[in-house]
Write a protein that binds this ligand. Sequence first.
Ligand code: FAD
Length: 334
Amino acid sequence: LRQFTPTPQIRRNAALQRLLSTLAVLEQREGKLNMSSLASVSAGLKLGGTIHGLVAGSNIKSVAEEAAKVEGLEKIIFVENADYDKGLPENYAPMLIENIKKGGYTHVLAGHSAFGKNLMPRVAAMMDVQQISDITEVKSEDTFVRPIYAGNAILTVQVADSPKIITVRGTAFPSGAAEGGKASLEEGVDPKAPCPTEWVSEDLAKSDRPDLASAERVVSGGRGLKSKEEFDRLMPPLADALGAAIGASRAAVDSGFADNSLQVGQTGKNVAPQLYLCAGISGAIQHLAGMKDSKVIAAINKDADAPIFQVADVGLVGDLFDKVPELTEKLGNA
Ligand code: FAD
């Protein structure tokens, strides 16, 4: 039997893996784990080392138990306090920092959602490290890839700071399996920092359709639809035929054809469905920034030179007022 002698490189990597420890900040809403925040766990798995999750809010034990089933997590830190229900960064950040220090984490990951974007820069500033935003790839424990200029350039950043405070683009990492894990539960530290901000109210758009940001299929309408009446007449039946979420360009939103929550793009939502089917959208870079990672892009536009056709896998040149009803009917009969 030959004895295996690890090379210095293998020894270094093994030592590094032992030292790496990641805390994934998981979101909850009204006692339910937000599945899209599990992308931070998937990104943590790419880093290697141990991964713990943190949840905070009221009746948090049931959320912690749900999170304990997420594959890859070894421990769930839970902080029971209704003051964290809305994720206000003013008091959430000091609580998170206490738990980061207690666990000695080298990496802290959260989704690049409204919650993560609100919280993580404050955490980074309070810990005197830089924040690494909206990563789409983990190259190594200190090197990450992120899009800049609305996705027109891709930046690879190497960061010496520790801990590394990172937000993760949800569409770039799988949302992870919420089954199969057996993490232990541990009560976290709660400094109960005062919160100068008061949560007043929220006005949430309710829809029976799939959630736009995580839908498998999205149909999107643009200015070419001409009016809200036409948008409402043509897009919902097409979405129903495909079981899709509805999206819109900013021009369609600004013209009042669709609700603001449906905007896809640089200043709207990032989507990466299996199918993105758009009608009457020209394909401006700010729109592409939010949907170009879709697996299959199909476009209907009457202008054969529209820039959307440069990224589309399937293109149909024609009048959407003819093509969309025709397609909806064919899909309905399929
Ligand atoms: P248009 O560019 O006007 O295109 C309409 C298209 O419909 C045309 O290609 C036309 O050929 C086609 N059409 C017209 N009639 C028909 C018909 N009958 N049949 C078939 N096709 C037809 N935009 C976003 O979408 N999301 C963002 O998040 C976003 N963020 C922005 C941020 C900044 C800082 C800035 C400056 C801009 C941003 N924009 C964003 C706006 C963006 O630049 C474009 O203005 C917008 O995307 C255009 O929307 P549109 O394609 O619906 O309209």
